[in-house]
Design a protein around this ligand. Structure first.
Ligand SMILES: *Cc1c(COP(=O)(O)O)cnc(C)c1O
Length: 852
């Protein structure tokens, strides 16, 4: 029988006048961290709220008119609505700086560029940790009232939907977002017109439309090329996050970096600090340089100095291969017009991205050459990055080069469960929200009675188990599983009995994260979890990149283990990992497991989310945990030496993991007192919260970026810009002079200083420098002194030589130093010279050094 076509028609409710501001709430990402706002929507129709995947905008378009009319009559609902609005208004009108003082000036504006942003599951323009970090950075900047805008791309396909079939195959479903469903609107000029800009690609101009999302005080500008004026292939540039081939990636990065700068300009914004969050956005440097050259008449080198002065670059990748790179041909094809404008050769342009390791153009190298403020994202990662990037400062030891670190943090309001926030309000008063980064304040966690603390944990765990049950059931029935089978699978996932030790592992399934390390020795694992009096359940979740076969193999492997009779119901693979599931898991599990290959976890953030909710971390001492672990707040797996073969490292580290599980975790959890919980467990859980919350939150992180980078960058930018960029020109001319002279500069000790002196006596050092035309104050001659048993560069004391005179015949400059050490015993010293200028941002930024 002929059925005909089914067309769809969406009937949108009329929002009653009394509830009209629901629309405003749905269009401000404030909802992504304000749980009461989300609860307000959910209360109108809980089923629909889940069905629309917690998307307030879609929810408001689909909710029944009747529900809205009922709500208008419901005094309780109205009271809640008004409470939410009043909190919303207070937040937006309270223009004060929180959790950090106001260091930035009124004229300052930080522009933060990133390829992905993760605010909430309803806004899928992220793929993992980097995006969520960027979202958290914006949220904290809003909370702290930092003058801040963010720039990214508006993908139709960001975070895919994941299902997992019975054999553990990941099925990635990419559905195009309808922008009408996202919390975005076209960015408008003052006259109400849409903001469109153009970016040239080889042989054509691509038009880019600028969209705007609002996150509290922060505006996020998102770029898209899906416009009729563009050629079909150009319309797809921003279609898929990290999709397509390398040329597609290059085009995306050009739109982001070059287009982003133009978009901000078109909007009339004048950032004083530019933050490149991971190399993808580094082309912004070239566009800014181009504008200084073409509009201000600067030469390329001076323009680069001016741009670099107020540019901050954060690297997130701990392996050189992870840094984005493009072939020379791609760069010359796509940057022809840039070279013409910049009046440089393509070889010069290529040099900006070259490293000694590869003939390709490396975005990290560009980002470093075009910035003077650089950091990795944890102490360990800062060190690793200074080694990886050390060739950019060739004569400088990695320990001393400018690459520093700011350890990541997560947004407390987003990831701390509402139940904890309510409890803190009761116990500490509202003030805790303004004391987020004060570790002393958080020792007050101990004021919460153990019993109460435990009951909140149990309640969060029950909610998490409920969600896992729901998801697993859907997964099971879709695969035509039986009811009785499901009972076996969910035996330990019971929200009415949250007393089974629950260990969570959820994150992207990249191979270095070793999701299957737990299964290295199945016999041992089976033994650990076979005691029926001390059951354990492991919950796994996470997505593998659709092109990452080994990552997907891990999902298959874990699924197949979860089907083995001895592991059924004890190992569960939960599909559809996203921010929503993440929030539940991190707040609900007892233990958060993380076992990456050291040192590949640049920072990791999920463990921070878990820790601040009182879950206890069991993790390899890598990334943030290298700083977070203090011996009392969780468990640490010490990494095996990196020179070991992979299989031996896996064996050693899994052995440690089994030992910790068997000797520490299980006994501690099941040492239940008469109150029904383990006092030692609660103690550790409290330690976890009290130590992790104040140190690994995004307010602390953004505060550090402000004081360490944003303020100095803004200062440096203005200094270089004054008087028609006199500073930038002066510095670039000086650097040029130094660079040509430096290879021939040489240093010699005039005579050997005494090898032995008495305490209190002075010892004199004299050196001579062949300067090759440089002046005495172009260099700094320095003596470094330390005890012989010390290892670190930071153990050296520094003493500066002073210029004495010059031998007109030989051109040698003499420098001397008189020193009376206030140390006794044997001391080591070194003498060196390096270029020095008061306009430099970092004393060693030129990467040049001569040692004696
Ligand atoms: C926090 C988070 C991540 C990052 O987790 P890591 O363990 O740091 O890799 C990835 N995805 C989601 C959805 C998250 O919430």
């Amino acid at each position: 029988m002929k059925q005909g076509t089914t067309f769809t028609l969406e009937v949108n409710p009329k929002i009653p006048r009394k509830l009209i501001r629901l629309e405003e709430l749905a269009n401000n990402l404030w909802y992504s961290w304000d749980k009461p706002t989300r609860t307000l929507f959910a209360r109108l129709h809980p089923g629909l709220w889940d069905a629309v995947a917690h998307n307030p905008k879609v929810f408001l378009r689909r909710v029944d008119e009747k529900r809205l009319l009922d709500a208008v009559e419901d005094q309780v609902f109205l009271a809640t609505y008004n409470r939410v609005l009043s909190a919303f208004d207070t937040y937006h009108h309270e223009m004060v700086h929180h959790n950090g003082e106001a260091h930035l000036k009124e004229v300052d504006l930080v522009a933060y560029f990133c390829a992905e942003f993760g605010f909430h599951e309803s806004f899928p323009i992220y793929s993992g940790g980097l995006g969520i970090l960027a979202g958290d950075h914006c949220k904290a900047a809003s909370d702290m009232y930092v003058p801040f805008v963010a720039v990214g791309l508006l993908y139709r396909q960001g975070y895919f939907t994941q299902t997992i079939d019975n054999d553990g195959n990941q099925i990635a479903t990419h559905t195009d977002s309808d922008f009408a469903d996202l919390p975005v609107a076209p960015a408008l000029r003052d006259d109400g017109s849409e903001v469109h800009i153009t970016v040239e690609l080889p042989g054509r101009q691509v038009t880019v439309k600028v969209w705007q999302a609002i996150a509290g005080h922060v505006r996020l500008y998102l770029l898209d090329t899906d416009l009729e004026v563009n050629a079909p292939e150009d319309r797809d540039i921003a279609h898929q996050l990290y999709g397509g081939d390398r040329t597609m990636r290059l085009m995306q990065e050009i739109i982001l970096g070059v287009g982003g700068v133009r978009a901000l300009q078109e909007l009339g914004l004048k950032p004083s600090v530019w933050h490149i969050n991971e190399g993808h956005a580094a082309f912004l440097i070239l566009e800014r340089v181009r504008q200084l050259v073409t509009r201000q008449g600067l030469d390329f080198a001076s323009a680069l100095e001016a741009v670099a002065a107020n540019t901050v670059f954060t690297t997130h990748t701990p392996v050189p291969a992870g840094h984005d790179h493009f072939t020379e041909k791609m760069i010359t094809d796509y940057f022809q017009s840039f070279c013409l404008d910049l009046k440089i050769s393509t070889a010069d342009l290529m040099n900006l991205g070259l490293t000694p390791e590869s003939p390709e153009f490396n975005m990290t190298a560009l980002a470093i050459r075009g910035s003077r403020h650089q950091n990795g994202v944890s102490r360990i990662h800062g060190k690793v990055s200074s080694h990886i990037c050390s060739t950019l400062w060739p004569d400088v030891l990695p320990e001393e080069n400018p690459m520093s670190h700011v350890t990541n943090g997560v947004h407390v309001a987003t990831f701390l469960a509402q139940e904890w926030a309510d409890l803190f309000d009761n116990v500490f008063g509202y003030e805790w929200r303004h004391r987020l980064s004060d570790p002393g304040f958080w020792s007050r966690i101990d004021e919460i009675p153990d019993q109460l603390f435990w009951s909140v944990r149990q309640s969060l765990k029950a909610q998490m188990l409920q969600l896992v049950r729901f998801r697993k059931s859907a997964q099971h029935f879709r695969q035509h599983g039986s009811e009785s089978h499901l009972d076996r699978v969910l035996k330990h996932v019971d929200s009415f009995d949250p007393n089974v030790l629950t260990i969570g592992f959820a994150r992207r399934f990249a191979t270095y994260k070793r999701a299957a390390l737990l299964f290295e020795n199945l016999t041992w694992l089976k033994e650990i979890i076979s005691d029926t009096n001390r059951p354990v359940v492991f919950l796994f979740a996470g997505k593998a990149h659709p092109a990452d076969q080994p990552g997907q193999d891990l999902i298959r492997q874990i699924t197949s283990i979860s089907h083995m009779p001895e592991f059924e119901g004890k190992v569960l693979m939960v599909e559809g990992y996203d921010l929503g599931l993440a929030r539940r898991l991190v707040s609900g599990v007892d233990v958060w497991l993380n076992n990456p290959v050291y040192p590949l976890e640049a920072s990791g953030t999920s463990g921070m989310k878990a820790g601040m909710n009182g879950a206890i971390n069991l993790s390899v001492l890598d990334g943030w945990w290298g700083e977070g672990y203090d011996g009392t707040n969780g468990w640490a797996i010490k990494p095996a030496p990196t020179y070991m073969e992979d299989y031996r490292r896996n064996k050693e580290e899994s052995q440690t993991l089994y030992e910790i599980l068997q000797d520490r975790v299980l006994p501690a959890y099941y040492e239940r007192g008469k109150m029904g919980y383990s006092p030692d467990w609660v103690k550790m859980s409290k330690r976890s919260m009290a130590t992790i919350l104040p140190r690994f939150n995004s307010a602390r992180m953004v505060g550090e970026y402000v004081s360490k980078f944003y303020v100095p960058a803004s200062h440096q930018g203005r200094r270089y810009e004054q008087e028609n960029f006199a500073g930038a020109k002066l510095l670039s001319a000086w650097k040029n002079r130094i660079r040509s002279a430096w290879p021939d500069v040489s240093l010699r000790l005039l005579y050997n200083a005494s090898k032995r002196i008495h305490f209190g006596d002075a010892v004199r050092f004299d050196v001579a420098l062949k300067m090759k035309g440089l002046e005495a104050d172009d260099v700094l001659v320095e003596l470094l002194l330390r005890r012989p048993n010390k290892q670190d560069m930071s153990d050296y004391l520094h003493f500066t030589f002073s210029f004495q005179n010059m031998n007109a015949e030989t051109g040698e400059h003499f420098f001397s130093l008189e020193l009376s050490p206030d140390l006794c015993g044997r001391l080591d010293y070194k003498i060196r010279a390096y270029p020095s200028h008061e306009l430099l941002t970092h004393p060693l930024e030129m990467g040049l050094m001569q040692w004696l």
